[in-house]
Write a protein that binds this ligand. Sequence first.
Ligand code: ASP
Length: 261
Amino acid sequence: MKKVVKFGGSSLANAKQFKKVADIIKADKSRRYVVPSAPGKRNDKDEKVTDMLYACYDAVAEGRSYKKILDKIKERYNEIIDGLDLNLNLDHEFDKIEENFLAKAGRDYAASRGEYLNGIVMANYLGYEFIDAAEVIFFDDNGNFEADITDKELSERLSHVERAVVPGFYGSRPDGSIKTFSRGGSDITGSLVAKAINADLYENWTDVSGFFACDPRIVSSPRCIDELSYQELRELSYMGANVLHEDSIFPVRQAGIPIHI
Ligand code: ASP
């Protein structure tokens, strides 16, 4: 039995959440491949790391001061690393990121670092192998996703790895530059990994307990829908149900892999 587990940003917003996530992963040994998002909001007034990275990159690109926001991003990760008592230091990674921001590596590169760094932290905490998504998820020169090459490369790479963390949301173009999916795209990465390893199940862990019959912000305690077809799920996602990225349905649908939300 092989399962792919994807965790959203609010499920990985701080060390306490990381511990919960690790407990979930360790509770079932078939949960072998993990796809994390970047750290999300810790509370209503908080910021997502992805948004901070965009803001930081824009400041660099426009020649404004950016050190403060970069420090705030570093603090988010250090708070997690310290809270988990990890023997891990991301200073070198942050130096490289700053250097690449100054060299105008692009907004996609900037945003992708949220998942990249969270993947390193997660792999270190779980003792799983870290696989940079840039090495296994591909786009063409125009930024269109390359499904076939990705599937081939991902399956080949993962066939040699018992347990791995693959950060969500991004991949690379032929010239090595980073390209992201649209916002919420870690769901797509999870689905691609599930297809590549021919998983028995794609588990998508998020901050709502399932797919509700209506928006819980409008109707209190709506009924949870037990089962949906891929088509229903795709349509509801496309129409704005904010549970799963609409494009994450195709890869698992093709392979007939169920999704648990
Ligand atoms: N971190 C990215 C976002 O905020 C991707 C994701 O969470 O799936 O959109």
